[in-house]
Every structure is written in C-alpha cells, then in structure tokens.
Ligand binder design. Structure first.
Ligand code: CUA
Length: 313
C-alpha cells in the first residue's frame, strides 16, 4: 500500500505528516462524534418531550443536576488537555530545527519565490535531498506572504524587515506544490512554485550545475557571484590585503614575482592557468595549497572571473 496517499489530506511527503495528520484526525473525528451526538440528542428530545395536547403544561421541570454538570465539565477538561498535548508535541518538533539542517534562504516578493543556497546558487524552484533536514530562513522584500507546502504540512509567514524560519525533512521523492497563502495582491494566486525532492547525489549535481548559471548577469556580476559560489573567497579577498592567497584587488596587469624566481604578467592567461593548474606558477611568498578547478569550472565561468578581476582596480 502506498502510504503517501491519504483519503482527504494532501500527499504525505515529510516527517511532519506523522504528527500533523493524527492531530487533525483526532479533532475531526471527535468533532464529528459530538456533532452527531448533539444533533440526534436534540431530535430525540424534541420528539420525546414534545407537547402532546394543546392544554398540556410542563410538570416537574428540572433546573439543574449536580452530577451531570460535574461530569460534563470534567470529561471535556481531559479531552481538551489531550488535544493540547497532541498539538504541543507536534508544535515542539516543528519549532526546533536539528542543527545539522542545511539552510536555504527564501525570499518572497510580489509574486515569486527565490531560493538561495549556502553556495550562492539561486533558484526559483526549491530542490532538496530526500531524508535530510532542511531549514528555511525566510524574509519578504515587500509585504506579507506565507510559504506553504501542503505535502510537508508546513506553513510560515514571510514578514518584511525580519526573518522567520521553518524546517522539514522530506520523506519521499517527487515534485510538490508551493503556495502563497497570505493574500498579497493581484498576483497572489500566481505566486506558485514547487519543491523537488531528489536523491542526495542528484541534489549535489543540481547544485553544482545551477551554480554555473549566469543568465541575466553581466560578466563582471557573474564573476563576482562565482567568487563566492566557487569558494574563491575563502582564500582570496577583494580589499587589497593578502590572506592564504593573494588579493584580487589592484593586481590586474602588474608583473608578479614567482617562487621560481621568474616574473609573470597578471593577465588572462595567468589567471586561467592559476585556476586550472594552480601549482604551476606559485607567487612568491605563498604555499601551493590551492586546489585545481579543472573539470569543475567552465570556460565561460573563467571568462567571467577574468572580467571581475579586471574590474577590481
Ligand atoms: Cu504572496 Cu500571496
């Protein structure tokens, strides 16, 4: 039997379905029980105690019953307590994200969603690995929105000028709809996206490829994005000071002394070689610690980095 399907609730695709669905079902069945009990009670009493003759007057009217009132106070008290406990347990597990959760930033704006990954990748679809905790850090660029994935049983408002967050762990692969559930203007009902749950390896592959997307950016902007997303910023900086590797600022076109004693001009070829074969031309005073980017960087990306380099005068 496919356990992701339910009779009237959305597909079950996150661990929260195990806490949310029972709570919903308990409240639903209990409400149905009392609805029927009260309705049929009313009908029964109306029929049984109706006025049978036009001149009949009520006799032995009951004004109160101590034991009855005691029990219809005590029983609902425990019912409400049980409902609170079920809800509170679910609330706790949904509020506290595991600290190994992968963080993804969510930006809501009229009328689209932007998902930003730790490596700088941005996407209009949320792609996540299956069976891994994901924490969303959310904010709005304009007005109130609300992020909702019915299949995950999660929903949270996005508020301008502050961050809100939620977390989830997807349990089945597939594509599930994301909705905005806070009325945010004429495009509210078009503020749609989806979350794609994939294997961890497929997720990493996607992240790698998505990083190479420079659409809509100038070469300099793309290069700047790559500076962060490719990890260059861990060792190089842009403010003129040297860290593990030489700064990128103000070095375009200079003659650089190498460890070997030779001198090389910082130009297109030097940068390209330094990225693809970092051990080849080590600048004087530095260790050959940079990993090669051969195979994980495209020519277009190298071009963009060169343009960015040039702009840092
Ligand atoms: Cu955004 Cu409704």
């Amino acid at each position: 039997m496919d356990t992701t399907k339910t009779f009237w609730l959305p597909t079950r695709a996150s661990t929260f379905a195990d806490v949310v669905d029972p709570a919903f079902n308990v409240v639903m069945w209990m409400s149905l029980f009392f609805l029927l009990a009260v309705t049929f009670g009313v009908i029964y009493f109306v029929v049984k105690f109706r006025r049978k003759h036009p001149d009949q007057i009520a006799q032995d009217q009951i004004t109160h019953n101590f034991h009855l009132e005691l029990w219809w106070t005590i029983i609902p008290f425990f019912i409400v307590l049980a409902l609170f406990w079920i809800g509170f347990k679910g609330y706790l597990s949904m509020s506290i994200a595991p600290h190994n959760a992968t963080e993804v930033k969510v930006i809501g704006q009229k009328w689209s969603w932007i998902f930003e990954y730790p490596n700088g990748t941005t996407s209009d679809t949320l792609v996540v690995p299956v069976n891994e905790p994901i924490k969303l850090i959310m904010s709005s660029r304009d007005i109130l929105h609300s992020f909702w994935v019915p299949a995950f049983r999660v929903k949270m408002d996005l508020v301008p000028n502050r961050y809100t967050s939620l977390w989830f762990e997807a349990t089945s692969k597939g594509e599930f709809p994301i909705r905005c559930t806070e009325y945010c203007g004429t495009g509210h009902s078009d503020m749609l996206s989806s979350v794609r749950v994939v294997d961890y390896t497929a997720y990493e592959e996607w992240l790698q490829n998505a990083t190479s997307a420079g659409e809509g950016l100038t070469p300099v902007e793309f290069g700047q994005k790559l500076f962060a997303s490719k990890g260059c910023s861990a060792c190089h900086n842009l403010d003129g000071t040297n860290q593990i590797g030489p700064t990128w600022k103000g070095v375009w076109g200079i003659q650089r002394k190498l460890k070997s004693g030779a001198t090389v001009k910082v130009d297109e070829n030097y940068i390209r070689n330094s990225i693809l074969n970092p051990a080849g031309e080590i600048a004087e005073g530095y260790q050959p610690v940079m990993p090669t980017y051969k195979g994980i960087i495209t020519d277009a990306e190298i071009d963009a980095i060169i343009e960015f380099y040039k702009s840092l005068q």
